[in-house]
Design a protein around this ligand. Structure first.
Ligand SMILES: [Zn+2]
Length: 90
């Protein structure tokens, strides 16, 4: 995870179709955001969480990706199958 303000300029889509602009993206997730947009999976906003909260990438289609820097398979399984238990451990 990067510190707040540690960003990289990434070309991302604007809300209007076919318009792109450069935006400062958290350094640790900038390659992921760039790869998604280049693959026509358009992002709307994002934050790595900076170690204070879960990282996330909102997609323009309304879905969201959660970014866990040190995730394990067990952690993901518990979050998906027992979300209330996983929440208490955080
Ligand atoms: Zn970061």
């Amino acid at each position: 995870m990067c510190d707040r303000g540690d960003t990289v300029r990434v070309c991302v889509p604007k809300a209007e179709a076919n318009h792109w602009h450069f935006q400062d993206i958290d350094r640790c997730i900038a390659p992921l955001v760039n790869a998604l947009n280049k693959s026509d999976i358009y992002t709307a906003s994002c934050c790595c969480g900076h170690g204070e909260e879960l990282g996330h990438i909102w997609l323009r289609d309304g879905r969201a990706l959660i970014v866990l820097p040190d995730a394990t398979k067990d952690m993901i399984t518990e979050m998906v199958t027992k979300p209330d238990a996983a929440k208490e451990k955080r």
